[in-house]
Design a protein around this ligand. Sequence first.
Ligand code: NAD
Length: 330
Amino acid sequence: MKILFYDTKSYDRDSFTDALSKFPDIEIEYTKSDLDPRTAALADGFDAVCAFVSSDVGARTLEILHEKGIGLVLMRCAGYNNVDLEVAKKYDICVMCVPGYSPEAVAEHAMALVLACNRRLYKAYNKVRENDFSLSGLMGVTLHGKTAGIIGTGKIGAAMCRICKGFGMRVLAYDVYQNEALKGFVEYVSLEKVLSDSDVISLHCPLTDSTYHMINIDTIRQMKDGVILVNTSRGALVKTDDLVEGIRMLKFAGVGLDVYEEETNNVFEDRSDEILEHSTTARLLSFPNVMITSHQGFFTREALDAIASTTLQNVRDFEEGNASGNEVTG
Ligand code: NAD
């Protein structure tokens, strides 16, 4: 099986090269280009492609991949909202992902954002570097005894519940399905109650039609004043213009975003020499209570190793006709 890997960085090549030793029948070529309708034709002569969170695996891309004889699209990530599954099905292209490669990695990053926003660590770091040892603008709250509201309690949300519990927080949760394993210490309540009662709200559901813009001006108005909102899931769960309005209404003590609506052109790119015109990201960054990271929740050594070995096992399962459970059907 010959696979073209799109949107690769040196760390992708390192983790997959290590994992390949156990899969000698798989041949990989790497390209820095991301997968979209302009680059899909590069897959000519390959059997499969491997794409990532910012790839455009929409209808036109899949049509071209189909013309080039591609029968397998490997997503080396948990989310697959950027894949048109209907069109993949039409062309009989199998789509596979890597669910739950390291839920704790993402949940730990979500808590890192909570802590950084609460104590304004990003500001404190810069202040001390400038010999400003004053504490102005750095006051937070004690998280112990406060209420965490977790929206989406699958693998990552469950890990976040456990972390919040470890901090001595009361943990409220909302999900369309309740996670039995959490019931001893998590109170499942309505979305409205999570919004109104939580001091920290962390989003952990996938991007679907039902979760698109679930955080909007109406849901923001239901939140407590002084809430900390963290999104490590997918940018479009939050309607950015409404978030900006909420920040201007002084609703938030802190907003920590590992993902945001405009991220596609930014993710994993160095754009430090550019002037980002018309950028809502720049608008968000102008607020002192907002911290943004660039989709790095997954980025631990363990998670990358797990992504590589599961992706290659997905290839083997596909070739051998074994249903691994990692096939995505929509
Ligand atoms: P998961 O499938 O295990 O859990 C998702 C949970 O969301 C499920 O329990 C599901 O029932 C729930 N859900 C679905 N629709 C809902 C709704 N309308 N309201 C409330 N809950 C709803 O997924 P996971 O592994 O925990 O990952 C969650 C998301 O995290 C992924 O979809 C992905 O977008 C994101 N993610 C981000 C990073 C990162 O680097 N920042 C890394 C991996 C995953």
